[in-house]
Each structure stands twice: as C-alpha cells, then as structure tokens.
Design a protein around this ligand. Structure first.
Ligand code: GUN
Length: 292
C-alpha cells in the first residue's frame, strides 16, 4: 500500500523562524527592535494556548511582544481605544487580536480599527480586498503557511483541481484566493454542501479547515492526492487530532500533513514573517523620510 509523504510543518516552521530571527537581528543592528502586540480577551483555554505559543515564538526570534490580557467583560469601546493606542505606538509593528472575541463585541469593527499596515493577521477588509485582487499587504497566516508547505515540497497548484473544506474568513476564503491566484481550479465546500465527496474524490489537492473530526475519509480521496489538514480537534481520548482520517488516508494520498506538527506551527511562523515584513517596511518608510 502506498504511503503518503508527510509534510513536516514543525521542521519548516523552525527553519522559517530562524530566517525571521536573522532578519530581526539586522533590524536591531540598525536600531529598530521589531515588535508585535498581542491582545487576548477572555479566558478561552485554546486561545490562551495559541497566544502563549505566539509570544514564545516572538521571544525565540528576537521579536519583542507586548501582550494585553483583558477580561471578557471588557467593552467594545475599551478594546477600540486600546487598538487606537497600539496603532500609534512606534514600538509596535504588528497587531494581533486573538479570535474569537466575546459575543458582545463586534469583531469586524475591532479588526477594521487596526491600521492595515500593522494588520499582520491580514484580516482587515482592506487586506482581504487587496488579497482578492492579488495585492495583499499581508496574507492571512494559516493559508500563507499552507502555500509555503506546498512550495517546500515543490508542489505547484497551477492547473490542479483543489477543494477547500470550510469557508471561514480566517482560513477557507483566503486559502481559496491564494490557490486561485496560483492557478488552481478551486471549489469551496461548506456545511451546506450536499455531498462533499463528489468534489473531493476528483481533487488533486484538498485543504480541510472545518473543525469536524473525520470529515474526510479514505474513500473520499483520489489516490496520490495532496491532503492538507488545518483542523485542530480532540479525539475520544482527548488527544489533539485534525479533520481528516489520518491513518487510512495516508495509505491513499500522495502527501499529507499531520496534526499536531503540520499546519499549526506554520501559522505561527508566518505570523512572525508578516511581523518582520511590517517592521522592515516601517524602517524603509522612515529611511525614505529621513532622506527627503
Ligand atoms: N483564531 C484562530 N486562528 C487565528 C489566527 O490565525 N489569528 C487570530 N488573531 N485569531 C485566530
């Protein structure tokens, strides 16, 4: 039985973060310490874990992080005024507001308050629109990480039939846009799709971002297909697992990403890439201003 090649996101993330550390060292040597502001509202345990990983990754790469932890009772106005403060803070080159936010806060309003030049998550409507026309300031970290994983394996989506499962603003929609721009023919499936297997069975590339365990099983995958698993779920034994039925699909697919150790670490690496990019652009703007 053929066994899929495993794309090691943990190793690629490490190499990517090392490159960020080198770029951060250059900036620091030129008098600029790159900085990321991380805002966490409430006490959702999963969000807490993600935020701590992001802060640690910053530290390891020589990027300063400024964390603000707010109670879930914080008002929308208080959060908006924090964002406005961070927009004006010269030590902060990137701003990340961990999602989801509590229900009483309009997350669209909050994301749109972030200066698009500091929007390292790429969630601001300006960046989402710019992505749609192929000119993003920042690509959203998870789909950007997936594209890097494909690239690292020499996989070019040009001409491929791709299926994206899940149509969130964070992953599914920007993922489809990046694949489209890379020349893939993209089908997006959501909860409402009558039968996703009609699409997945013919796909050369499947990206699953549904948060539904075993949403993809081996009988739904074409032999040799590339299967990218963005899901983070828990199995019957409470162990972390993805969206796809990993063992059996490994016997059918050509490439597969594991969970943990696949897309997750790449999301963090690409956040650092976007942050260093934001800081370098800022340094360039300052240098141009000085020269004028
Ligand atoms: N919640 C789940 N994924 C993400 C992400 O990539 N960025 C932010 N800000 N929140 C998230």
């Amino acid at each position: 039985m053929a066994v899929a090649k495993v794309i090691d996101g943990a190793a690629l993330s490490k190499a990517t973060r090392r490159e960020v550390a080198d770029r951060a060292a250059v900036l620091r040597a030129n008098g600029m310490a790159p900085g990321l502001a991380v805002v966490l509202v409430g006490d959702d345990p999963a969000s807490g874990v993600y935020v701590r990983s992001k802060v640690k990754a910053c530290k390891d790469a020589g990027v300063e992080s400024f964390s603000t932890l707010l109670p879930s009772s914080v008002t929308e106005d208080e959060l908006l005024s924090l964002i406005s403060e961070l927009n004006g803070d010269d030590r902060v080159h990137g701003i990340l507001v961990q999602l989801p936010l509590p229900r009483h806060i309009d997350s669209h309003k909050v994301l749109e308050a972030i200066d698009p030049e500091k929007d390292v998550d790429g969630f601001h409507v300006v960046n989402a629109g710019a992505l749609m026309v192929g000119r993003p300031l920042f690509k959203p970290c998870t789909p950007y990480g997936v594209m890097k994983m494909l690239e690292s394996e020499g996989i070019n989506p040009y001409g491929m039939d791709a299926v994206v499962l899940g149509r969130s603003n964070i992953v599914g929609k920007p993922m489809a846009m990046l694949l489209l721009q890379a020349g893939a023919t993209v089908t997006m499936c959501g909860r409402e799709t009558k039968d996703i297997s009609v699409f997945t069975r013919n796909a050369d590339l499947i990206v699953s971002a549904t948060g539904v365990r075993k949403v993809l099983t081996a009988d739904m995958v074409k032999p040799g297909a590339i299967v990218i698993d963005v899901g983070i779920n828990r199995d019957e034994e409470s162990k972390i697992c993805g969206d796809v039925d990993y063992g059996p699909i490994s016997g059918v697919a050509g490439h597969i990403t594991p969970v943990p150790g696949g897309v997750g670490p790449m999301t963090i690496a690409m956040l650092l890439v976007n942050t260093i990019e934001a800081a370098e652009r800022r340094a360039k703007r300052l240098a141009t201003r000085m020269a004028a």
